[in-house]
Each structure stands twice: as structure tokens, then as C-alpha cells.
Design a protein. Structure first.
Length: 233
């Protein structure tokens, strides 16, 4: 088969994305907190809203470092961020859940999340997604570029200049395709499987508003930023 090589530009682009991805990570480790003790539904909800609020802020910083993003129409930049934060949150949660942990930790983590207050009917789709992400054993470059691809989705609501977003996303897809061949030479369809997860991610994200508003507790309080960016309250 032909030798797959990344161009100099593609390697530079990937480095910029991965550096931004690593620079803008969630400050404290939510997995470590959850492994320490089982919190009440109220405490878990508060933890999630705090983590999600801070993740939106770091996602904005990450996105500003995607080459070409700041050259997009200003309103399209907002539309892309607004349309992708929920998916980025679930993708990040899946990556956190799939991290290599000492034996038994993942089992405890899953147990804690199952009892965190999320309504039962969402457990299966959520953990199916988390496990399907885990099975891919993505390297961090793939995680970073997949997050960028999720943000640069041309068909988000209210995006005006479709073409401009498509061009940026296509550049990322070309890098990801080569990266998948280089990182997983034995798996012919790895790239296709990776993109298939974005479909599963979008489906899971449709549930998020209901997951939050039917969290097993009364009086769900959201931060102003989450009210703004999630379709809740
Ligand atoms: O805080 C979370 N995720 C953050 C979000 C910002 C980026 C970093 C990860 C939540 C937790 C769930 C239990 C209660 C405390 O919150 N969470 C979710 C989750 C997210 C959305 C909804 Cl609506 C439901 C569950 N899935 C997780 C998987 C995990 F492995 C871990 Cl450690 C935490 C996870």
C-alpha cells in the first residue's frame, strides 16, 4: 500500500491543535473526586454544572487556537461553539471515563456515575457511548483533532457560511485520516469507526437537556453560562 506521510503543514497543524488541547484541560480531575466518595444527587449535579461550566470556558480557548477559526464570521464562531459544547462535554467525559486506570477504578467510577442522580433510562446509551470510545484506544492527537472536528461541524444551527466551516473541517479530517492510518496500521476502517462515534455522540447529546432537568432531585440550578449555552431553564 502507498506510504502515508503527513505534510509539513499537516504536522504543524496537528501540533497546534494538540498543544491547545493539552493547555486547555479541566483544572481539577473530576474522576479523582468521584473515586473518593459517593456524593448525593445534589452534590453530583453541582459537580457536573461546575465542571461543565469550566469546560465551556476552556473549550472557547481551545477553539480560538484552531487555525482559521478566528477568521470565520464572528456570528458563525458563536453558532459553532453553541452547537458543539454539549457534544464536546460528552466526548470529554467519555475520554475521561476511558482513561487507563488502576484495576477496579473504572468499575467504581461507573458505579458512582450510575448512582449520581442521572435518570436510569439514559444509563445504557451513555455507557454504550463511553465504552465504544474506550474500545478505540484513541491517542491524544486523535482526541484533540476529533474534538476540533466536532466543533467545526458545518451543519450546526444558524451557521451562515457553510463552505468556510466545511473547508476548515475538511483540513482536520485529512489530518485525522492520515493519523489513523499511521497510528492504527492494522485496522483498515479505524478512521471510519472513529467518525461513526460522532453520530452516536450527536444522538446522546439530544438527551442532555432531559438528563439534566430530570436529575433525581428538586430545584435544578444552572449557572448563567449553562442557561445561555444549554437549552435548559
Ligand atoms: O462532571 C462530569 N463530566 C465532566 C464534564 C466536563 C468535562 C469533564 C467531565 C460528569 C459527572 C457525572 C456524575 C456526577 C458528576 O458529574 N460526567 C458525566 C456526565 C456528563 C453529563 C451528563 Cl448530562 C451526565 C453525565 N459522564 C462522566 C464520565 C466520567 F468518567 C466522569 Cl469522571 C465524569 C462524568
Amino acid at each position: 500500500r502507498e506510504k502515508v506521510e503527513m505534510t509539513k503543514e499537516q504536522r504543524a497543524l496537528m501540533k497546534a491543535i494538540v498543544d491547545a488541547y493539552n493547555r486547555h484541560q479541566i483544572p481539577q480531575d473530576v474522576a479523582k473526586k468521584l473515586l473518593q466518595e459517593q456524593y448525593s444527587a445534589e452534590e453530583n449535579f453541582l459537580l457536573l454544572t461546575e465542571m461543565a461550566t469550566s469546560q465551556v470556558q476552556v473549550l472557547v480557548e481551545f477553539t480560538k487556537n484552531i487555525p482559521g477559526f478566528l477568521s470565520l464570521d464572528r456570528e458563525d464562531q458563536i453558532a459553532l461553539l453553541k452547537g458543539s459544547t454539549v457534544e464536546a462535554m460528552f466526548l470529554r467525559s467519555a475520554q475521561v471515563f476511558s482513561r487507563k486506570m488502576p484495576n477496579g477504578h473504572t468499575v467504581v467510577l461507573e458505579e458512582r456515575i450510575r448512582k449520581s442522580g442521572i435518570p436510569d433510562e439514559f444509563m445504557t446509551p451513555m455507557f454504550n457511548f463511553y465504552k465504544s470510545i474506550g474500545e478505540l484506544h484513541m491517542v491524544q492527537e486523535e482526541q484533540a483533532i476529533l474534538t476540533a472536528i466536532t466543533i467545526l461541524m458545518p451543519d450546526r444551527p444558524y451557521v451562515k457560511d457553510h463552505q468556510a466551516v466545511e473547508r476548515l473541517q475538511e483540513t482536520m479530517l485529512n489530518v485525522l485520516r492520515k493519523l489513523c492510518v499511521l497510528q492504527h496500521p492494522q485496522e483498515q476502517q479505524y478512521f471510519a469507526r472513529l467518525l461513526g462515534r460522532l453520530t452516536e455522540l450527536r444522538t446522546l447529546s439530544h438527551y442532555h437537556a432531559e438528563m439534566l432537568t430530570s436529575w433525581k432531585m428538586n430545584d435544578h440550578k444552572f449557572t448563567p453560562l449553562l442557561c445561555e449555552i444549554w437549552d435548559v431553564q
